[in-house]
Write a protein that binds this ligand. Structure first.
Ligand code: PEP
Ligand code: MG
Length: 752
């Protein structure tokens, strides 16, 4: 039986066309189960109907046979999401008679749902003339088959190899990562040839091959020169140095000699490049200095570039005359930076989830984004599409009326945004006058917009990782001082909370490989910096030096899990303070001790507030990681994105507990996770009693607008009501209705 099962799944999966695959499925299932009829019904969730897609045994003729979700035995299988096995099907209350399809002659019925990630994709049915109960082994055969088919179907659906839905467009579903609607052409970034896929090949004309290689090398050199020039004013010297290294390597006689030697021995240029690059990369890989070891990946990147120019005569640049929607396997900060903001309408990524740092960055830049979307480049590249960042949907080649509908939505969104922004510069008060401080989360985008943010009460979270992530080595103390000083000076009269380095997890440093099975539970945040006091001291000293003569610096420590980490970090801060104080004295200036706070994001600190409080000045709640660690769910894993839910009653209970502790201990508290920038999140937090929220630039206007329209006592009552809800979805729904009641529903058109 197992072999039969494997064969059916294999044959279905290897069919190139869905109709053919489904016909194969019903035919082979009939044979394997020795029954006379097998049919497969596919669910259309928009129409709430099952369509009979293929059958062996029923008379389908040319007409379309569809059943409502609440009709017939097939509907019952779908609703109950479990198999139904009947010896006398026609006597069952849910049996529905379709005239003319010849079902009357079948008495026994066994139907099982095809379920993928809790969603019924269809129903698989076998039927037989004689009245008999299918036995247990037959039932488990069909259930196992359906489970395996579900994966095949889901994959086909994601790849677009699936019958069109009612709207005629291919629909790709992912997680809503950054709100907004984008309507533009898709652009898939799969342009990089892969060095690891080049295999041995020989050439006939050595001279010609050498010319090809020379041409590719010159083209690569001028491309690197062009890039260097282009980024000259935007990137710092360290980052630009990578282009110099590439140019230097391309001019290196050793490298050239090695490639030419391969060609002379009869190798094709591509194969010559691969062999040479592999051996150079290996040489770097073996070096003991981590910085030099990292050059190994630069050499490989260089090889990719040469391959590109062997295949392409010209320097193909990403030059768009119209905005595009970028599709990538993995979205990186560099990709977002490479395309001018006005030409990047939206982004779709296969890897990652809504709280991956790339998604946070997209939100900060106001670029609609959908993450966790499986796509097939040939089905989307250059196709017109709609990206719905509210619902996490991508519609490829939408019908005109659907497009018109989305254009209307986008225009409404713009109008709303303008209205919202008109309240931007005023202080935030609830409708009954309770003052709420709104701070900014900055740093991820490494942009300069931080200086133009009016209407905020300071910076609640400055993520210092960006310069560390963008460069090819640790930024120097001097570079850090300049960077931090410009931020402190952008907010001379307001607090600026700078967080010490929080790398690790999903923010690996390009020049310091950390290989771990569970990076989020591993060497990240304060754990890393305490093990590297040199890096920590340089950073804290840079922050303190930047704050000489200023009064607005606060230092925030990430990933604190207990008192000893805090004390260790504080003693390093004290040491840096002494050193920098001396410096300040020498120039007759003063250095003020910054306020020190911790991120509340590792659940263990929830039980240590009393012990921690005497050592700190404030708390900052990181709901992104707190949710991840409380619910034991990876914030970046698209597969469990639906489990990652900040509206989970336990998360809300913990947020209330933190507030109560902060009030008891008279410790100021703010919330700086993404939850604070979500309209429903913000209203729940203010309803609980939080008065300081910190969020991305893009959320500021929206949150101010929401809070100004609702009185604080109504928010409090709403939160009290939510305490009786045990399910996250119910809390979200009731909160959406609450916003709707204040005519603010337009601000949250979120799918989830
Ligand atoms: C958080 O964890 O909520 C947070 C604000 O920090 P980050 O997203 O940078 O981990
Ligand atoms: Mg965090």
């Amino acid at each position: 039986m197992l072999t039969k099962l494997r064969d059916i799944v294999h044959n279905v999966a290897s069919s190139s066309d869905v109709k053919q695959a489904l016909n194969t499925l019903v035919r082979e299932t009939c044979m394997a189960m020795e029954t006379e009829c097998c049919s497969v019904y596919i669910a259309d969730h928009d129409r709430e109907m099952y369509d009979l897609m293929a059958t062996q045994g029923l008379n389908k003729r040319a007409r379309r046979i569809s059943l409502k979700f609440n009709e017939g035995l097939v509907g019952l299988v779908g609703r109950r999401a479990e198999p139904i096995n009947l010896a006398h099907a026609s006597t069952h209350a849910d049996f529905k008679h379709f005239p003319g399809i010849g079902e009357d002659i079948f008495h026994s019925f066994l139907g099982t749902p095809i379920i993928y990630r809790r969603k019924v994709l269809g129903v698989l049915v076998v039927q037989q003339h004689e009245s008999r109960q299918f036995d247990e082994s037959e039932e488990s055969f069909l259930v196992t088959l359906a489970a395996q088919l579900a994966v095949v179907f889901a994959h086909a659906k994601a790849q677009g190899f699936w019958p069109n839905n009612a709207k005629g467009a291919l629909l790709l579903q992912g997680a809503a990562a950054s709100p907004g609607v984008a309507i533009a052409q898709a652009w898939c970034d799969v342009s990089q040839p892969r060095l690891d896929l080049v295999s041995p090949a020989s050439c006939l004309d050595v001279e010609k091959e050498r010319d090809r290689l020379d041409g590719a090398m010159s083209a690569a050199i001028s491309d690197f020169r062009r890039l260097r020039k282009r980024f000259d004013s935007e990137l710092n010297q360290e980052t630009l140095a990578i282009f110099d290294l590439f140019i230097h390597l391309l001019n290196d006689p050793m490298l050239r000699k090695s490639m030419n030697k391969c060609i002379e021995s009869g190798d094709l240029a591509e194969w010559a490049v691969r062999q040479t690059i592999d051996s150079f990369a290996e040489r770097f890989q073996k070096m003991s200095d981590p910085y030099l070891r990292e050059r190994s990946s630069d050499v490989k990147e260089l090889g990719q570039r040469l391959l590109y120019f062997l295949e392409n005569q010209e320097i193909k640049q990403w030059q768009f005359d119209k905005p595009i929607i970028l599709f990538a396997r993995e979205l990186t900060a560099a990709m977002l930076a490479a395309i001018p903001r006005d030409l990047l309408a939206g982004v779709v990524a296969e890897e990652g989830a809504v709280n991956a740092h790339a998604a946070i960055l997209a939100r900060a830049l106001g670029i609609p984004a959908v993450m966790g979307v499986e796509f097939s480049p040939q089905l989307v590249h250059r196709k017109p599409l709609i990206l719905d960042g509210f619902k996490g949907k991508v519609l490829v080649e939408p019908a005109d009326h659907v497009r018109a509908e989305y254009e209307r939505l986008r225009d409404e969104e713009l109008e709303l945004q303008q209205e919202v922004e008109s309240a931007f510069t005023k202080h935030t008060k609830t409708a009954d006058g309770v003052r709420i401080e709104i701070h900014l989360n900055a740093g991820l985008s490494a942009d300069t917009s931080i200086a133009i943010n009016r209407g905020v009460d300071g910076v609640g979270l400055y993520r210092t990782e960006v310069p560390f992530l963008m460069q090819r080595s640790f930024p120097s103390e001097e570079e850090q001082v300049n960077q931090y000083r410009s931020i402190l000076d952008s907010y001379p009269k307001q607090p600026v909370v700078m967080r010490t380095l929080d790398i690790g997890g999903d923010k690996p440093l390009p020049y310091l490989k950390i290989e771990e099975d569970n990076p989020f539970l591993g060497w990240r945040g304060i754990r890393f910096t305490l093990d590297h006091p040199d890096i920590f001291l340089i950073q804290v000293r840079a922050m303190l030096r930047a704050s000489i003569g200023r009064e607005n610096l606060s230092i925030l420590l990430p990933m604190i899990s207990g008192v000893s980490e805090l004390l260790d970090a504080k003693s390093l801060i004290d040491r840096a303070f002494e050193e920098v104080s001396e410096l300040a004295e020498q120039s007759n200036q003063t250095l003020k001790m910054p306020r020190i706070g911790i991120m509340v994001e590792v659940p263990s600190v929830l039980y240590q507030f009393d012990a921690i409080a005497p050592h700190i000045d404030f708390l900052s709640v990181g709901t992104n990681d707190l949710t991840q660690y409380l619910l034991a769910v990876d914030r970046n894993n698209a597969r469990v994105a639906d489990v990652y839910d900040t509206f989970h009653p336990s998360v809300l209970a913990v947020l209330q507990m933190i507030l109560a502790a902060s009030q008891r201990l008279k410790l100021p508290v703010s919330v700086c996770g993404e939850f604070a920038g979500d309209p429903i999140g913000a209203l729940l937090l203010v309803g609980m009693g939080y008065r300081h929220l910190s969020m991305n630039t893009r959320s500021v206007a929206k949150i101010k607008y929401v809070l100004r329209h609702i009185p604080s006592d109504a928010l409090k009552t709403h939160v009290e009501k939510m305490q009786s809800f045990a399910i996250a979805g119910d809390i979200r729904k009731a909160s959406e209705d609450f916003l709707e009641h204040y005519n603010l529903g337009g601000l949250i058109r979120v799918g989830k």
